[in-house]
Ligand binder design. Structure first.
Ligand SMILES: [Zn+2]
Length: 422
């Protein structure tokens, strides 16, 4: 393997062709592991990188279907055994010399979007469109995998110039902010002195880098499930316990949570499913909601209120209930040392012409969970946006990005490695 634009494009297109949804990235993980093995990395999988108590929003039916598809597409048994049902991997490179540890994170999942059939769409024109119906790399994570592999390849060829250690995290299930918590809680990057992650595209065009995006919202995705008791709605309604009514009351109370005085908060109940039939007292209801907050503390306030209401309603309506956290991300403030370093690197790069520090992200990203974990252990973290021209918005069926920016991404990461571990 040689670190060339041609190699990067080949990787990007290979991963684009077989997109896999969060927690079902079995073929993707297997293929990444194949390449990392050829490069000579130590590869950590399954329990070595996942704390199952913190796995968010993993649906068994989706996992099983994904696994069957992945096996049919050629996922290797030896990697699947080590994954043990949990996707993603961490590549470790130890220089053998004492020094700092740097953790890099690249997300690997796709979006549940059907790719356009339009003939002018480049993946159709050049024959690398999704073969996995209903799924598409419509957020550019195929590019992230590629930048991660390119960085890994450079590392494997330049190991003798470095001190310390590099850990490259190929993270599952970023969509819905579900995958990072389990990796953070595994402790696999607790020894990191530095952490870096990035996203391709968004509002940044080719040749620009946003070195210090702000306003990452803390968020928690929660499901509340009520279990009542069915009964005849005419003859014996008093024998039933009404889960639908409980959930309906919960929804209005949830939207009535008092705002927090010390920071912006949001709540949205996006889904309410309940009931079995017109003449049956409904025995089941499920609420899918999310809260957001300007910071971790006000977001936690929202979570606490949600949990209190979920419980209070269950008492009022005499129904059973459970709650499940389906995803989470936190706010994160980039460390100035790393912002400065990325700006220096970017401005010295011939193909990048601007480093814009001021951009409000106003969304959530679970790389923040990993970055915050490193910061809480005394390390430093950065998240930046790598500009790339796009043909459509993220998560749209026509999404595609400028592949020429992949090498810029690799160059920024390898320069970062050299500056921190050189
Ligand atoms: Zn994304």
């Amino acid at each position: 393997m040689e670190l060339t634009q041609q190699q990067l494009v080949q990787w990007r297109r290979e991963f684009h062709r077989f997109p896999e949804t969060g927690w079902a990235e079995f073929w993707t993980t297997s293929r990444i592991a194949d390449y990392l093995e050829q490069m000579g990395f130590e590869i950590l999988l399954g329990n070595q990188i996942i704390n199952r108590d913190f796995v968010r929003g993993r649906q068994q039916a989706v996992v099983e279907k994904g696994l069957a598809n992945a096996v049919a597409y050629g996922a290797k048994q030896k990697w699947l055994e080590k994954m043990d049902g949990y996707t993603g991997c961490v590549a470790v490179l130890d220089s053998g010399k004492p020094g700092k540890t740097l953790a890099l994170r690249f997300d690997i999942d796709c979006v549940n979007v059907m790719e356009t059939k339009a003939p002018e769409h480049i993946p159709n024109k050049e024959d690398f469109a999704s073969l996995n119906d209903g799924f598409m790399h419509a957020c550019g994570h195929d590019g992230h995998i590629t930048i991660g592999l390119g960085t890994a390849l450079w590392l494997s060829q330049n190991k003798d110039k470095l001190s310390g250690k590099v850990k490259i995290v190929f993270q599952p299930a970023e969509e819905g902010v579900r995958g990072a918590a389990a990796i953070a809680a595994s402790g696999v990057i607790d020894d990191a002195d530095y952490f870096s992650a990035s996203h391709i595209g968004f509002c940044a065009d080719s040749g620009t880098v946003i070195s210090n995006p702000k306003n990452f919202l803390s968020t928690t995705k929660i499901d509340i499930r009520y279990q009542g008791k069915p009964a005849h709605a005419g003859a014996a309604p008093h024998l039933g316990r009404n889960a639908l009514l409980a959930a309906a009351h919960a929804v209005t109370q949830l939207h009535g949570i008092s705002r927090h005085g010390e920071g912006m908060t949001r709540i949205n109940v996006g889904v309410l499913k309940a009931g079995e039939g017109r003449n049956v007292i409904p025995s089941k209801a499920e609420i899918q909601l999310e809260v957001r907050g300007e910071n971790k503390a006000v977001n936690q306030y929202m979570v606490d209120q949600v949990m209190r209401i979920a419980n209070g309603i269950a008492v009022s309506f005499d129904v059973e209930y459970e709650t499940e956290i389906m995803g989470e991300a936190v706010d994160m403030i980039n460390d100035t040392e790393l912002v400065g370093l990325v700006e220096e690197i970017v401005l010295a790069h011939p193909k990048v012409h601007s480093a814009n520090a001021n951009y409000a992200f106003n969304a959530s990203e679970d790389a923040t969970v990993l970055g915050r974990r490193v910061q809480e252990q005394g390390g430093k973290a950065i998240y930046f946006v790598l500009g790339a021209d796009r043909t459509a918005g993220h998560h749209e069926a026509e999404f595609d990005f400028d592949e020429d920016q992949l090498m810029n991404g690799v160059n920024i990461y390898t320069a970062l490695v050299q500056r921190l571990l050189g």
